[in-house]
Design a protein around this ligand. Structure first.
Ligand code: SF4
Length: 333
C-alpha cells in the first residue's frame, strides 16, 4: 500500500475504535483520526496508555475552563495573508493544509480557520517583505500534501532569493512513515534551499524502527532532523519517559529541540502540567543526559518576540521583573 492508501485505513470511527480497544469512546466535534500503526501500539481495555491519551477522545475534553481558549496563541492577530502567519522577525509560517495524519487531542489549531486554495496571496506577501528569510511549512501537516503540490510550493519558495531556509513542521512520519518514500526523498534532494525537518514526538512508544529509518533517510540528505514535544500530563511528565525519548531520538541522530508548555486550547485542560514541574524535569534531565540531548523548555506567550525560554522567565520572575508576563496565559509556580 502507498501512504495515501495507508492513510485511508486510519481509525476515524468512534464505534470501530471502541470495539477494537474494548473501551467506550464519546463523540466530539474535533473528530477522531488515528493511524493504525499508533492504535496497534495502544494497550487494549485501558485509558492509561500514553498513545490513547494523546489521540483518543475522553470525557475530560467536554469540561469547560474559561482560561482555555479557541485560539490560545492568538494566531488570528498575526495573519499577513489568509494562510500566512508572521509572529517573529525573519520567520513566517504557512498553514499549507488543514489535514493531518492524526488528530492530537491537545492540538492548538483545532479551531483554526483554515483557508483553501493556492498560495499566490501568501507568496506575494512573502515577496513584499524582504525581512523574511525562513518559511515554516505547517498546517495541519505539510506532508498531507501530495508530492506534486509540495514540489510546486517548494519551487515557488525557492525562487524567492531572500528565502534562505525552509522548515517542515510535521508529525506525519510518526503515524505513517511510509510517507517518506523514494519520490519524496528525491523531491527534497532537488530543493536548492536549506531544508530543516522538525518532527513532533512526545513519547518513546510512538517511535519504532520504520519511523527512525525513514527519518534517517532525510538526515542523509543533509537535512537536520530535530524534534519538538509538548509536556502532557499522564503522557510524558516524568524523568524516565522524557529521558528515554530524548536518548532514543539522540541515538538516532534526531536532536531534541523544544519541550513546549501546553498551549491552552479549549478542552485540553486535563493535559496541563504546572510549568514549575517542567522546569524541574529539565533540570534533572540536564544531570542525566548530554546537553545536546536536553530540549529547551519553552512556552508560546502571545505577542512576545520569540518562544519564551521558561528557565529564563523563571529567573526574571524570581527577580520580580514581572512585565514580561503581561498578556501571558502561562502559569509559573
Ligand atoms: S499533527 Fe500537529 S497540527 Fe495535526 S492535530 Fe496533531 S498537533 Fe495538530
Amino acid at each position: 500500500m502507498n501512504w495515501q492508501q495507508i492513510k485511508k485505513t486510519n481509525f476515524t470511527s468512534v464505534e470501530a475504535l471502541a470495539g477494537y480497544l474494548g473501551i467506550p469512546i464519546p463523540k466530539h466535534p474535533f473528530p477522531l483520526n488515528i493511524p493504525r500503526r499508533l492504535v496497534e501500539k495502544m494497550k487494549k481495555g485501558t485509558t492509561e496508555d500514553p498513545l490513547f491519551k494523546q489521540f483518543v477522545i475522553t470525557e475530560a475534553e467536554f469540561l469547560k475552563d474559561p482560561s482555555f481558549k479557541e485560539d490560545p496563541v492568538d494566531d488570528a492577530a498575526f495573519l499577513k495573508a489568509p494562510k500566512l502567519i508572521k509572529k517573529y522577525k525573519g520567520r513566517a509560517l504557512l498553514t499549507t493544509t488543514s489535514a493531518c495524519a492524526m488528530h492530537c487531542r491537545y492540538c492548538f489549531r483545532q479551531k483554526f480557520d483554515y483557508q483553501k486554495g493556492d498560495f499566490e496571496a501568501e507568496l506575494n506577501a512573502i515577496r513584499q517583505d524582504p525581512s523574511i528569510f525562513e518559511i515554516i511549512l505547517s498546517g495541519g501537516d505539510p506532508l498531507s500534501l501530495s508530492d506534486q503540490k509540495l514540489s510546486l510550493l517548494l519551487t515557488d519558495l525557492s525562487a524567492i532569493s531572500q528565502i534562505k531556509l525552509i522548515r517542515f513542521h510535521t508529525r506525519f512520519p510518526i503515524g505513517i512513515p511510509e510517507r517518506i518514500n523514494e519520490n519524496f526523498l528525491k523531491l527534497l534532494s532537488t530543493i536548492p534551499k536549506q531544508l530543516i525537518f522538525v518532527i513532533h514526538c512526545n513519547h518513546p512508544t510512538e517511535l519504532d524502527q520504520d519511523i527512525l529509518s525513514a527519518l534517517k533517510k532525510i538526515s542523509q540528505l543533509g537535512i537536520p532532523v530535530i524534534n519538538q514535544s509538548v509536556l502532557l500530563k499522564g503522557v510524558n511528565d516524568s524523568v524516565s519517559v522524557l529521558k528515554e525519548l530524548c536518548l532514543t531520538l539522540a541515538a538516532n541522530g534526531i536532536l531534541p529541540y523544544y519541550l513546549h508548555q501546553l498551549d491552552r486550547i479549549q478542552g485540553a485542560q486535563h493535559f496541563e502540567v504546572d510549568s514549575s514541574i517542567g522546569l524541574k524535569l529539565i533540570d534533572i534531565l540536564r544531570s542525566e543526559l548530554p546537553g545536546y540531548a536536553v530540549p529547551k523548555f519553552v512556552a508560546e506567550i502571545p505577542h512576545q518576540p520569540s518562544k519564551t525560554p521558561l528557565h529564563a522567565l523563571n529567573r526574571l520572575e524570581s527577580q520580580n521583573l514581572k512585565p514580561l508576563l503581561q498578556n501571558s496565559s502561562c502559569q509559573l509556580g
